[in-house]
Design a protein around this ligand. Sequence first.
Ligand SMILES: CN(C)C(=N)NCCC[C@H](N)C(=O)O
Length: 263
Amino acid sequence: MPKHFLMCRPEHFTVAYAINPWMNPDAGADRDVAIRQWEGLKAAYEELGHQVSLIDPVEGLPDMVFAANGATVVGGRVYGARFAFPERGPEGPAYLRWFEEQGYPVRAAEHVNEGEGDFLTLDEVILAGTGFRTDTKAHLEAQEFLGRPVISLSLVDPRFYHLDTALFSLDGRNVAYFPGAFSQGSQEVLRRLFPEAVLATAADAEVLGLNAVSDGEHVVINSEATALQLELKRRGYEVIPVELSELRKAGGGPKCCTLEIRA
Ligand SMILES: CN(C)C(=N)NCCC[C@H](N)C(=O)O
């Protein structure tokens, strides 16, 4: 099934502030390299037959390339983001405006949530991260608006500050994740819900290998996550490695650049 993604070209990308442990404003980031790598990701989706829509980047919002944080879209309903840090605050209304202009029913969030960074939609439930960014009150708000059961999971390692840095959906029913990113209780929940899950190593998590996008057959994944790629191949997935090292300097990978518009 072809998917519909929203992406934002990193025309204003830079690392100007540090709001997660990956970011170092003194280290510098090369915007041209970031754009080239992002174009590679977009091309990979299009070659797989997925539709990519684009939102205009806004000057002064260097993290806007991380479209996954812009909203959560389930059944055509758009639950807006409300960012934890003021540096990213204006992105929420910018993404919501785009969806409004396209005619989607939208809801501006009352509670802090960073879109698909912390809301991961499966066929029957939504997994929701908390601990660093998204408030648990937003989990309930999302459940009410989107009409799907929301399961809260606690993140405990600041390098994995969003759920989508530590877990991704393989096919809507099963997931891959890095256990060390979660509290003991949440690890138990994950084991119970997903006994067949793919468990990633710390080395794969540390290159944001879990920040991947699967359409159920193909997995678009950071090229450096080598052990995880082997395991995915062993399970029958076609692996599409992409190079996004420049965007990782801001703490993002393929999934971060990709907001799924679920009809
Ligand atoms: C993992 N997903 C969607 C993300 N994890 N987004 C990347 C956000 C990066 C940004 N500098 C920030 O810290 O908010």
